[in-house]
Design a protein around this ligand. Structure first.
Ligand code: HEC
Length: 183
């Protein structure tokens, strides 16, 4: 069988200015294809916060404390409070602000809330979060490090989990030691 003369089997290489058969092309590409396989699986990088269940209060809140809370607290901006003060349900003010006010994109995937439909790529998560439009536009000289951005964005792209476990809200230990947002 002749490969190179048949249009269906050939392709034009604009760099080498020649028509080569797909077989020749495949052979030319093989070394490149083999490389990643030969190097074996890559070790996964552990994030700075460690490979453990994601806790908003441990991983994201410190970023807000460092960069946002001086201007965004109950006294300065009650409507855009980014502090970690917890309400009677143990929910930090910052979490309510970001999620309830729609500054971060959150999909309500609850069984009964009709949010279980398939979502197209790039229609949810960080890319659809208004808080990044605000920060990326330049916001009062706020500058987050790469690690801080990763913490914030990972949280959003995980669909904004609050607690790192499945303990029912009413059974959570910290309810006894909460700080009321009204204080
Ligand atoms: C130096 C003070 C200051 C710091 C620090 C600061 N902000 Fe702000 N932020 C403001 C002020 C003042 C406003 C209201 C006026 C405006 O929108 O610029 C605001 C508004 C906002 C808004 C609403 C924007 C809008 O279009 O209505 C968001 C969201 C926000 N800040 C998020 C943050 C986050 C997240 C951080 C930390 C990463 C942060 N800010 C740090 C002062 C600050």
């Amino acid at each position: 069988m002749r490969f190179s003369g048949c249009a269906a089997w050939s392709s034009y290489n604009p760099v080498r200015k020649e028509v080569a058969s797909d077989v020749t092309n495949t052979v030319r590409w093989l070394p490149n294809l083999r490389k990643p396989l030969a190097s074996g699986p890559r070790e996964l990088d552990t994030p700075s916060w460690g490979g453990k269940p994601f806790s908003y209060q441990e991983i994201v809140q410190p970023v807000l404390e460092k960069h946002c809370v001086s201007c965004h607290n109950a006294k300065t901006r009650e409507t855009l409070n980014l502090s970690g003060q917890q309400d009677e349900h143990g929910i930090p003010a910052s979490y309510r602000t970001l999620v309830s006010q729609g500054w971060v994109h959150y999909c309500d995937c609850g069984w009964n809330s009709g949010g279980c439909e398939k979502l197209e790529p790039l229609t949810f998560g960080t890319v659809k979060s208004k808080v990044w439009d605000v920060l990326n536009a330049g916001h009062y000289e706020v500058k987050l490090t790469t690690d801080e951005v990763r913490r914030f964005k990972t949280w959003i792209d995980m669909n904004c989990p609050l607690w790192p476990d499945y303990v029912d809200r009413t059974l959570r230990k910290h309810l006894g030691t909460r700080v009321s947002s009204l204080e």
